[in-house]
Unconditional design. Sequence first.
Length: 318
Amino acid sequence: MIRRPPRSTPLYSSAASDVYKRQDTIVQLDWNVGEIMKTLDRLDLTDNTLVIFVSDNGPVLDDGYDDLANETLGDHKPTGPYAGGKYTVREGGTRTPFITYWKGKIQPGVSDEMVSTIDLAASMAALARIDLPDDEILDSFNVLDALLGKRGSKGREYIVSQDNGRRGSYGLRVGNWKLQRHDARIMYNGDLSMNTWTVPQFALFNLEEDIEEATDVSDQNQEAFDQLKNQLQSINDDKLSPDNVREIANRLDVKEAEVTDMENRLFSSDQSLNVQVTNENDAELQDLIADDTEIQDIIVEKKDEYIHRKKLFTKALK
């Protein structure tokens, strides 16, 4: 797995290139995939192996790395016809390459069916003929036939996307309808600029006519608009129902006092990270943390996660 352009090794270095850091990563990725395929052939496993090549999210340019992403972008459009990128619920943030290959089993072609990486759990369980418990992986659907390119196969009926959880942004796609919900009324990185701007809480788009999600058509399609809003709310309510939360709490054997203690140990009363500086090394570490935007993002995300869990578990244990 190759996550970011600065991670390419010297073996693939070509510093003379204007776009060397990102170019080198692509070269390295291509080499890695080739080595995997050659190894499958060498071990006579190709005929019995389903190969899946997929990205976890859409592109991002300035993600805190000195990789010349913006400077060398030129006329290239990383998301193609789609808007947005990583950290957004626009199509550019979640609609990514998804390639399946199985020699002798999958015929070359292109599918318009809607699938998600979340569906790999249920689909691979079906492939391996493993029955999943009824209360496990509820948001994973068996779309194995679609992954195998079988004629007449169906993917998901709908898909929910979410940003990294801090802004309450959701996307719900049903057919060609796409609902955006922004509880904080803020769009972030909607144009790969890493900037934010104000947006309505709800907006509806017809992807068949507007793949860039540029024109809100909620006023002209009130019935579809209300239906998708209610569907998204229902999905969220089911996910956070008291019964589900109580089951999670019981399964993890989490007590309110334990969660409170965890929060108190990790965070101060103002919910900022409580870093205890006890020696010179810790002080240096604190300075590094303060200067690293990625670590700060992780800290905020984990902080919100713990606080959210505390609220859910407290509610469940009452």
